[in-house]
Design a protein around this ligand. Structure first.
Ligand SMILES: Nc1ncnc2c1ncn2[C@@H]1O[C@H](COP(=O)(O)OP(=O)(O)OP(=O)(O)O)[C@@H](O)[C@H]1O
Length: 349
């Protein structure tokens, strides 16, 4: 037979979420009724209807059910005799959209390409990591809403933490990452269109707790579609890096992305020519597998710098720290990224 003393003893270790001490000692238990297999509790909290209340509710039910109680009735009321900070509200108030505010010091850089498969996501990830390696505070938004791949490329297996209505980005290689991949179940395809996409992107700014950042890189979807346009509208100060292969057709298509940026008054920081050549490990000879200098010509055409020519090559795959697309700092390609990141820092200072 469960007694009042026994229930109090069971609830003793559970903390009041706002007073941070035992709910028994903090006077949170306002009423207690026991009847056959039923326990009814009225609980007073500094804030009600909050995620903390939900958590507490689950804890109490769990403890009592484990002790053999068949049904638990809980009622919550707001306590006026105490004042305590509500972390969810505090988070909302202290997490304004500072990244987007007029006087924000954060630099936005969109990584664009004319077509898919040229290595835009690989470049986004490695530039973000290189900027972080150079001591910058960096965020990375995987805005490739249909073809999100950043978490897989960086070997991210966790999901962002959610506190109240704030989302905390996942940190990997000192880069804060948010991706559409975190918000879909089982890699389901995303079928949202038009305005929904813009809203999703806006949420990435307004509901994510980014903290203080020097750079936010955005991995755009390939081409010059809705999302790229949305980004340009949403982030008037956003600068752009265009990725292409040396192939003439790829560079020709990439020119459209460049023209769009220029027409909408966004500075193009430069061109990254990816998969520029294959360098033989034994002879050091370069083989121009996909053609030569398409990126260089594009840079001349748009009158912007060529930030780098990245050869073909795979990162070293480590079993214990799996990140299939991140080049180590000491890898020759990792070094290319450091040089490009330095140029970007120079150009944006
Ligand atoms: N320099 C490189 N050397 C070898 N492989 C590369 C290089 N750059 C990218 N890749 C590989 O090419 C493929 C396409 O790269 P990635 O996904 O980054 O392209 P993308 O332009 O973002 O494509 P999409 O927009 O279609 O997602 C990936 O398998 C990636 O690992």
């Amino acid at each position: 037979m469960l007694t009042e003393e026994k229930v109090i003893e069971l609830l003793g270790p559970i903390q009041d979420p706002y007073l941070h001490k035992s709910m028994v000692d903090s006077g949170s238990i306002r009423e207690l009724k026991i009847k056959e297999g039923y326990v009814g509790l009225k609980i007073g909290l500094a804030h009600t209807g909050t995620p903390e209340q939900m958590q507490l509710q689950q804890q109490i039910v769990q403890v009592l059910k484990n002790a053999g109680v068949e049904s638990v009735g809980l009622r919550f009321e707001k306590r006026d005799d105490i004042t305590a900070v509500n972390p969810s509200e505090a988070a909302t108030q202290s997490a304004p959209t500072t990244l987007l505010s007029e006087n924000s010091k954060t630099q936005f850089i969109a990584i664009a390409s004319g077509k898919g498969g040229v290595g835009k996501s690989t470049v986004s990830v490695n530039l973000a990591v290189a900027l972080a390696r150079l001591g910058k505070k960096v965020g990375l938004i995987d805005a490739d809403i249909y073809g999100f791949s950043v978490p897989d490329m960086m070997g991210i297996t966790e999901r962002p933490k959610v506190k109240g209505d704030r989302i905390f980005p996942v940190e990997r290689f000192d880069v804060k990452v948010i991706s559409m991949a975190f918000f879909v179940e089982d890699n389901a395809p995303v079928i949202w269109r038009g305005p929904m996409l813009g809203k999703m992107l806006m949420n990435f700014f307004s509901e994510v707790e980014w903290g203080d950042l020097d750079y936010v890189l955005l991995d755009l979807p390939p081409g010059t579609g809705d999302v790229a346009l949305d980004v340009h509208k949403m982030l008037p100060k956003c600068k752009e890096v265009i990725v292409t292969t040396p192939h003439a057709t790829a560079a020709f298509v990439a020119a459209r992305a460049g023209t769009m940026a220029i027409k909408t008054n966004h500075e193009v920081l430069g061109i990254v020519e990816n998969m520029s050549y294959f360098q033989s490990g034994s002879t050091g000879e370069k083989e121009y597998v996909f053609g030569k200098d398409g990126g260089k010509r594009l840079a001349e055409e748009l009158n912007v710098p060529l930030l780098g020519q990245i050869p073909l090559g795979q990162p070293e795959i480590k079993e214990d720290d799996f990140a299939p697309s991140v080049y180590e700092q000491t890898h020759p390609i990792g070094e290319h990224y450091i040089q490009m990141a330095k140029k970007i820092i120079d150009k944006t200072n």
